[in-house]
Each structure stands twice: as C-alpha cells, then as structure tokens.
Design a protein around this ligand. Structure first.
Ligand SMILES: [Zn+2]
Length: 191
C-alpha cells in the first residue's frame, strides 16, 4: 500500500459537473412523470447541493414556476441571502430570458446547462442575458454537460405528448390548453 494512496472525497464534495447534472436529470425525469415539461435544476454551494427543483408550471398553474426560478428561491432560503454569488446553477436546458434575468439578479457565479435552446435560450442560444455588458453581474457559462441525455429527456417527452394528442388521449392535468402548448413545444433544437 503506497503512502500516497489518494483520498477520495465523497461525490458531492467533488467539483464534478456531470455528477451534479445527473441530479438535475433525475429531477427532469421526475417532472416528466408528473406531466411537466422535463427540466430539472440544482444549485451547488461549496460542493453541496442546496436546492433541487423541477419545472412545475402545470402543477402550480404558474407560468413562472420554471425549475431555475424555484431553485433560486430555495437556495436563497437555504443561505438566508438573496446574493448567491458563490453558487453554481445546473440545469438540463438552457435558461429562458425570465430565468436568466433572475439568475443575474441573484448573482449566480456559474451556470451549467445540458442542451442549448437556439430559439428561446438566454445563455447564448438566442440572447445572452447572462453576460450582457450593460447589467451589473455576469455569469460564467458551461454548456453541453450530459447534453445528449438532456435532449433525449425532452425529445422523448414531446414525442409521447404528440402521440397522445394524435390518439386523442387528454393530458392528465392541463387539458386542451396544455396540448396546444405541446404542438409548438420542441423549441430546443438540441446539440
Ligand atoms: Zn425559464
């Protein structure tokens, strides 16, 4: 046994983007089971997850209940501070403009996302609000972490929703309005 045997820290002490994105993916799959557009997010502070959330727009009947928004509120509660300057946010899909605006307000250090959204993304996909020169905070951005898995979760969900719509099976929660939303849904083009 070498005296230089490495000490392996527990997984959540590692700065491991794939490790944390896996947790965001787990939450995205949970959203899919609840008939929500499957997007998951976690916020990490000093190597620990302090917020976990998934998209809950249908459940809460709230268009602002995106995974990132709910995770930001949780993290602010956990730290008892709206400044999340030492926090990194992991999300399976590129944030929309609403979430990107909130992320900048909370001063998140780094945003890591899985699949880009070239039509509606605000982290460089269509806009780049996370690094806008006129705002008072800019985030580091990493993209493509477990990107294929993140795209697959969304594509599978929308394929299933279209199949159900074609067969006339009503959506469990949202009814016709939700099915209409699905028809315009795959706004991510994927990597
Ligand atoms: Zn959003």
């Amino acid at each position: 046994m070498s005296e230089f045997s490495p000490i392996v820290p527990p997984p959540d002490m590692l700065n491991n983007d794939e490790h944390f994105m896996r947790e965001a993916l787990r939450l995205a799959r949970k959203a899919a089971r609840l008939d929500e557009v499957p997007i998951g997010a976690v916020i990490v502070h000093q190597g620990r997850i302090i917020a976990r959330s998934w998209n809950q727009v249908e459940t809460l009947k709230d268009a602002t209940a995106h995974a990132e928004m709910l995770a930001l509120t949780q993290a602010e509660s956990a730290l008892e501070d709206w400044r999340l300057a030492d926090c990194d946010l992991y999300v399976t899909k590129e944030p929309c403009p609403m979430c990107a605006g909130a992320i900048v307000h909370c001063r998140i250090r780094r945003v890591i996302f899985g699949c880009p959204d070239v039509k509606g993304g605000a982290a460089g996909g269509f806009w780049n609000l996370l690094q806008a020169p006129n705002l008072n905070h800019r985030c580091e951005i990493s993209q493509g972490v477990l990107g294929e898995e993140c795209v697959a979760v969304l594509k599978d969900f929308f394929a299933e929703a279209r199949r159900r719509k074609a067969e006339g099976v009503p959506h469990k929660k949202g009814g016709a309005a939700s099915l209409d939303a699905f028809s315009e849904a795959p706004r991510f083009d994927g990597p």
